[in-house]
Ligand binder design. Structure first.
Ligand code: FPP
Length: 247
């Protein structure tokens, strides 16, 4: 059952102007835990529960693409214990949610070099990708060992390889062709980027893709980010005047 607040917010949303692609930098798990004198792992665990809810909300809103920043190329610098904890949560997330996600026709894909993930996590992620590969209601695109700069370099290397192999010519390279060499091949650029937790930065997230994305920042910590906050972000987005460099 929807609560009254959510219904009120849903009614303010223009169903004909839903952002096609929403990207989220999930941040603030550590600070949420610290405020409660809990270990950081408790913050990540609570953060995972928000992932479950927000994915469901995105499905409900008919968002076509949802990109989530779950683990960055820089996150390997964290203590091993925290890395292990995040990798275990990823497994737990897939184990609890895959059936529901698959039933709801959602396709899971990833961006980032998942070959570097610990084997158990990698295999679970591969199982999720394989199980959902033919689904087409929504794409849930999870950033795992993902970095925007790393992605651009990876794309350049692949494009050079294709030139060398004679698959493409240098003259053919343009913005659209280059997009096909990124992890997000086939996905439109995000319309809306949400970053909770009060930080006003991009942290190496989707650098190429967010050239004309609308940003929505908030002080809410990710474990406190509720369905209603998602609605608020969309309502604000719908008030923006997107000109894409035009007038
Ligand atoms: C940032 O909080 C969050 C992360 C580095 C990881 C995001 C992971 C989850 C939300 C849980 C599991 C995800 C999935 C997809 C199952 P932080 O630790 O940097 O917080 P802080 O800045 O307050 O320390």
């Amino acid at each position: 059952m929807e609560n009254a607040k959510n219904i009120e917010l849903i009614n303010q949303i223009d169903k004909n102007n839903i952002p096609e692609h929403v990207a989220i930098i999930m941040d603030g798990n550590g600070r949420w835990a610290k405020k409660r004198f809990l270990p950081r792992s408790a913050g990540h665990h609570e953060g995972m529960k928000r992932v479950i809810e927000i994915v469901e909300t995105a499905e409900k809103l008919d968002i076509k693409y949802l990109s989530l920043y779950a683990f960055s190329t820089e996150n390997w610098k964290r203590p091993q214990e925290e890395i292990d904890n995040l990798m275990k949560l990823l497994i737990q997330y897939i184990k609890t949610e895959l059936d529901r996600i698959h039933k709801n026709n959602v396709k899971i894909q990833t961006m980032g070099d998942i070959s570097k993930l610990p084997r158990a996590s990698r295999e679970e992620v591969e199982r999720a990708i394989k199980t959902t590969k033919d689904n087409d209601k929504m794409i849930l695109n999870i950033g795992l060992n993902y970095g925007g700069r790393d992605e651009i370099i990876w794309g350049i290397k692949n494009i050079l390889e294709d030139i060398k192999m004679g698959n493409i010519k240098e003259e053919e390279i343009d913005e659209n062709l280059f997009s096909d060499y990124l992890y997000t091949k086939g996905l439109p650029d995000p319309d809306l980027l949400i970053r909770p937790s009060g930080e006003l930065r991009l942290s190496n997230f989707m650098l190429y893709q967010i050239a004309y994305t609308e940003f929505w920042f908030s002080d809410i910590l990710w474990p406190d980010f509720k369905e209603e906050d998602f609605y608020r972000a969309i309502i604000d987005y719908q008030k923006r005047n997107r000109r894409f460099g035009g007038i």
